[in-house]
Design a protein around this ligand. Structure first.
Ligand SMILES: [Fe+2]
Ligand SMILES: [Fe+2]
Length: 167
């Protein structure tokens, strides 16, 4: 991206850049979730990840619709933030031996991902509205709601059994 080349001039450019950042992030999450499903030992956690993998694939499609509505090419740009979150998750999971502690680590990592997504989609919804693109805002809002619901489900799971078992 163009910190030095200054290729982001307008709110519209900034919106498209952030959209591409999320497109890259969602695609990385699609690649990473199967790994997390495999590592999770708790049945409910595994099911939760599986459900969110299906949702995430659909979120990628919604982003493609947003690109189309906005008349720009669907393309990703590197997002070092999500790469860092996913990398750290992988590192930590590799260090944990005890099963239920591993599940707690996976939940914490997944919630860091959700919080990043919630932050980005919140911004994108606001900017889409500001640009008068309510059709784009509606699609982005649907992704935002799914991330929020996933985050809440992860909190519930963590509270209901994973952390208790790990204690
Ligand atoms: Fe997502
Ligand atoms: Fe998500």
């Amino acid at each position: 991206m163009g910190i030095f080349t200054k290729d982001i001039d307008s709110m519209d450019d900034l919106f498209v850049h952030t959209l591409r950042d999320m497109y890259y992030a969602e695609n990385q999450i699609v690649k990473t979730l199967p790994d997390m499903i495999e590592k999770a030992t708790d049945k409910n956690l595994r099911q939760g990840f599986q459900q969110h993998l299906a949702e995430t694939r659909n979120q990628v499609k919604r982003l493609e619709q947003v690109f189309k509505l906005h008349n720009v090419e669907a393309a990703g740009v590197d997002c070092p933030a999500i790469d860092g979150i996913l990398e750290e998750a992988d590192d930590v999971a590799g260090e944990v031996e005890h099963k239920s502690v591993l599940d707690a680590a996976l939940i914490a990592a997944a919630q860091a991902v959700e919080h990043y997504e919630i932050s980005r989609y919140g911004t994108l919804v606001a900017w889409a509205k500001q640009l008068g693109k309510n059709d784009c805002a509606n699609l982005l809002q649907q992704n935002l709601e799914e991330e929020k619901a996933t985050d809440a489900k992860l909190t519930q799971l963590a509270e209901s059994f994973v952390n208790r078992k790990a204690a």
